[in-house]
Structure formats: C-alpha cells, structure tokens
Design a binder for this molecule. Structure first.
Ligand SMILES: [Zn+2]
Length: 288
C-alpha cells in the first residue's frame, strides 16, 4: 500500500473540522418559512459565517398543517438556531425535542398581542408592519444573545430594517387614508393583522385556509353575503387558485384584485417591502 504523507492526512482531517483548522465555522440558522427567512436575511446581513436555510419550499405558502419532510429533518439536524413565526403557525414545533440540545427556537411572535377569532389564534402576525417590527426586534435579540460577538451587527441591522418598515407603514397609512370604502373580502384568513393595522374591515373570508374551497351550498350563501354587504372588491392571493373567487366575482359583479400575504417569492432582503407596496397599489385601485 502506498504511504500517504502524514501532513496530507492531517490536512484532510482538519478539513472536516474547520474550527480545528482555525477557519471560522459556518453556523446554520434555520427559518421555518418565507416571511421569517426574509426577516432573518435582513437581521443577519453582513454577519460572517452565517448560513440561513429555509425549511419549507418557496411554493409551500403558509405552514398550516405542514408536515416535516425528510429534507426538513436533515436541515434541522444541522441547525444551530431555529427561527419560527410562532403564534401557532408551525404546529410541528412541539415535536422537535430531537434537535441537538444546544439548539434553541426563537419564537418571533413571543410577547405580541395575538388576534383570536372564533377561539382560533390567528398566526399571520408578519402582515402588520408594526407587529413585524416587534418580530424583527425579537429575532435580533435572540440572535444577539446566542452570538454576542456579532450582537452589535444584529442590532444595527434590525434598527435599519425597522426604519424601512416604519417608512413602509407611514406610506401605507397615508396611501389608504382616504378611501371610498374600507371593506374587503379575502380568500384566506391571512389578513386580520394587516386590516387591524391599516383600518380595513375584512367583511368575509371565502376560503378560510387554502385547499378548503366552499361547497356549492356555501358558495351560494357567500354570493348572497357579498351581494348584501355591497362589497365591491374581492382579494385573491397569487399563491392559491381562485376558482371560487372567480365564480363569486362573476355572480356579484365585484372586482377581483390581488393581495399577497408574503408567503412566497424571491429570496431577497427587500421582498417584504416590495410585496407590501404592490398590495398598497392594489388596495388603492380596488377601494377608490
Ligand atoms: Zn395562512
């Protein structure tokens, strides 16, 4: 057998253990789904050696009833920190006792007053810019406590992004200041926080969660409800098929517009801001 020089063997050994080799180790922050991934990308911008990996595929949308895939489990087994939206969005969080003991889960919605309707806590917290600012602060504090060396950077990033979210909120409040109507109908129970912040009224939700289309009888009742409400604007989401929305629009003469709950899209730090500005344009078109 050919002899391998000891230096090469040692080099190969150290390559598998970058800490021992003196390189800074890459640490993995796992985010549960798209809006949290975008939030964490902002908070960790410019921090060396941080790898942000998202669980759910970008096309998943909301995580209601989401089951972890083998790929998710493999990603979670390499996590150093997990950042979740919380507020009941990730029902699988309770089943993560098998994570490495040092791994903590940062619950971005901790301490936020949650909206409850019909006994069900609504988990779409990120759609209110003010509450999303609280989420950003919680994420930054959690990461700073875990990684004190970069605490200043996390906090500075959070502060910068908070400023952008405040500007967005002011723009939306101003843009929606004077509308002919503030009544909207949506197709997913995603917008109570959004409506609460912007003074809109969700008169009805057609499809409470994606994949639960109304029956023919329910559809007829919804058409009566929309007609009686006088609401002229129906908001569908780009992520979900709009079959029942189209039927209701046809039968009631209401307009069909797009409201995006920011659960999928390009993986870019400014994605949340961009989508919310498009939502503002749609709302102004629909409600004036
Ligand atoms: Zn949802």
């Amino acid at each position: 057998m050919k002899k391998i020089p000891i230096a090469i063997l040692l080099g190969l050994f150290l390559k598998g253990f970058p800490c021992l080799a003196g390189e800074s180790a890459v640490r993995t922050i796992v985010t549960t789904f798209y809006p949290i991934q975008i939030a964490v990308l902002n908070v960790t911008a410019g921090v060396e050696g941080i790898h942000v990996v998202n669980l759910a595929a970008p096309t998943t949308g909301c995580l209601h009833d989401y089951q972890l895939t083998p790929r998710d489990r493999a990603i979670l087994s390499r996590a150093d920190r997990v950042v979740a939206n919380g507020a009941g969005m990730e029902s699988f969080l309770d089943s993560l006792a098998w994570l490495r003991p040092a791994v903590r889960i940062i619950d971005a919605s901790a301490g936020i007053d949650l909206l409850v309707s019909g006994g069900v806590t609504n988990s779409h917290v990120w759609l209110s810019p003010s509450r999303h600012i609280r989420q950003i602060q919680t994420i930054a504090a959690g990461l700073a406590a875990w990684d004190p060396v970069n605490a200043g950077l996390y906090q500075a990033n959070a502060l910068r992004y908070e400023g952008e979210l405040k500007t967005l909120k002011a723009e939306m409040t101003r843009g929606l200041g004077e509308l002919k109507t503030r009544d909207i109908i949506t197709f997913h129970e995603a917008f109570p926080y959004f409506a609460d912040e912007l003074g809109l009224k969700v008169v009805a939700v057609i499809e409470r969660e994606p994949g639960t289309e109304p029956s023919a009888g329910e559809l007829a009742a919804l058409i009566r409800q929309v007609k009686a409400s006088g609401v002229k604007a129906l908001f569908v989401e780009p992520q979900y098929p709009a079959k029942s929305a189209e039927a209701i629009a046809r039968e009631t003469g209401a307009g069909l517009y797009r409201l995006d709950p920011v659960v999928s899209g390009p993986v870019a730090p400014h994605a949340y801001l961009d989508v919310m500005r498009l939502n503002l344009i749609q709302l102004r078109r629909a409600l004036n």
